[in-house]
Design a protein around this ligand. Sequence first.
Ligand SMILES: [Zn+2]
Length: 258
Amino acid sequence: MKLIGKLLINGEIEALTGLAIGGSKSDVSIGGIDNNVIKTAGGVPFIPGSSLKGKFRSLLERKKGKEIVCNCGEKNCEICVIFGKGMKNRKNDKEEKSESGPTRLYVRDAYLTEATKNMMENKEGIFSNLELTYTEIKWENTIDRVQSKAEHPRQQERVPAGSKFEFNMVYNLLKKDDVAMFKHVIEAMNLLEDDYLGGNGSRGYGRVKFDKLEIVCRTVADYEAGTPGQTIYTGTLPDLKIDPLIDEILSLVREEAV
Ligand SMILES: [Zn+2]
């Protein structure tokens, strides 16, 4: 199995509602705020690539009726090929691993766009009322299910609606079949738009939208020649028609994928 090309997927993720990613219980009580948002060393919120990738995977698995974490280990499981083996089956199957090859999809950490960051730092427009530099504080009542009465309200930190993040993924094409499997990646993005990212989804948190998508197909020949590859799509997610796109990728990697 050798590389025949890569698909570079770039764009923006916009938070349509407040986003609470990374809230681990151990972070509770930093400044009295529950479930702190995950941030870079510089204190700026971001969306970890692993969170996005894990969400994509679980949405596809749920759709296919698989376990929450797909550990099926089936040789031709397309989810395992794209996302890598689940933790449970990672050991004792080096042979199978080499058979399906390395994980096809890399999802990079998504950082706030400069425009969003600047607006927040200057408290401009929709970000004029932020309680903290890059986040808002929302009060939530949690219900004690045993006593069925409202507990003390808690403060929840969120990245506010309207925040935009830069989004980058790489999809590796190692054999011809990988081209058709790319439809699952687009499908996962569509599923995510009708789901949520991060915590408190049942309270309406974490609705996101992909925007300004750009997909570039860079073949092995492009890498050898140092050329940037072919832009095969620019636009929104709803406008993306997957079948013609797959055909175009197939024609671009025709030489390599024999
Ligand atoms: Zn699987």
